[in-house]
Design a protein around this ligand. Structure first.
Ligand SMILES: Nc1nc2c(ncn2[C@@H]2O[C@H](COP(=O)(O)OP(=O)(O)O)[C@@H](O)[C@H]2O)c(=O)[nH]1
Ligand SMILES: [Mg+2]
Length: 266
């Protein structure tokens, strides 16, 4: 894979995309992964890339040691055109769920319910007990739009290892999604901090042996094929839009849309 191969095409694809199924206005993309992996930042980065300016729609935590902010189930839309009443949004939306840390993250049972569309907007996840059918946050009759169409595992290239308890939960979630036939991909964030080559120039991402190894390790650890794992750098402390950042974000986003559209087509 070479850098910058299809940036304009990817952008065009994303801009022109419409779900190939009349039952839904948008694809739902669910991001999950450890706290600090860059889930919220990825949503922000998609928004900034598509709007061509820095935007802040989802909360990001200031440091990776912070507790995850994302305890409520919230749908993030990306603005496409217009302002005020004529505002329009892209036909894909994002949800992210808080980390999978021991005793603290969202329970795999709850993620399973989210995949099936049973978790209502605004529901506050409780790490101590799963969402039950009696809870007001439970949606008994999900529409096709409430369901998740792509599951994205978010991991940081800049952490030494994923803990066993997180891995176990990830495997569980992966299995649930597979049972439901939901396509799964992964993104590897923080590639700008993970090795000297990519730190110097993001264009080195596909040449870097270190990143290649990381992708390989993640693939083995979480069971997602290497060709479904996309390295990205999220916007973090930038003031301006950057072409190389956009290229990687668009490439990952295009795959998410592609996979999601295959799924709703079935
Ligand atoms: N340098 C760099 N920082 C990142 C990247 N992605 C996220 N961050 C930073 O890592 C921290 C945690 O990110 P956040 O999106 O809140 O993680 P979340 O808990 O998965 O939602 C924030 O300070 C982000 O600015 C990245 O690709 N590169
Ligand atoms: Mg977050």
């Amino acid at each position: 894979m070479s850098f910058n191969r299809d940036k304009e095409k990817d952008l065009q694809y994303v801009q022109d995309y419409e779900p190939g199924n009349d039952d839904l206005k948008h694809l739902r993309i669910l991001l999950y992964g450890p706290v600090g992996a860059g889930k919220s930042s990825f949503i922000n980065s998609v928004s900034s890339t598509l709007q061509g300016r820095m935007t802040i729609p989802a909360l990001t935590s200031a440091t990776t040691s912070d507790r995850s902010f994302t305890t409520r189930y919230a749908t993030h839309k990306i603005r496409k055109e217009g302002r005020g009443k004529s505002k329009s949004y892209y036909p894909f939306v994002f949800n992210d769920v808080m980390g999978l840390e021991k005793g603290d993250g969202v329970r795999p049972d709850d993620i399973k319910l989210a995949l099936k569309g049973h978790v209502k907007e605004g529901y506050k996840f409780n790490p101590a007990s799963p969402l039950s059918a009696e809870d007001p946050g439970y949606n008994p009759c999900p529409s096709p739009e409430d369901k998740v169409h792509v599951l994205v595992c978010v991991l940081s290239a800049n952490t030494a290892e994923i803990t066993d308890s997180v891995l176990k939960k990830m495997a569980e979630i992966r299995e649930l999604a597979s049972d439901l036939g939901i396509p799964q991909i992964a993104i590897v964030t923080h590639i700008d901090l993970a090795c000297p080559e990519t730190e110097k120039d993001l264009k080195n991402v596909y040449k870097s042996q270190h990143i290649k190894q990381k992708v390989h390790d993640f693939s083995t650890a979480v069971g997602i094929p290497v060709n479904c794992i996309f390295p990205v750098k999220n916007y973090s402390d930038e003031i301006d839009i950057n072409d190389d950042v956009n290229t990687l974000i668009l490439s990952a986003l295009r795959q998410m849309i592609n996979f999601g559209d295959d799924f709703i087509d079935k």
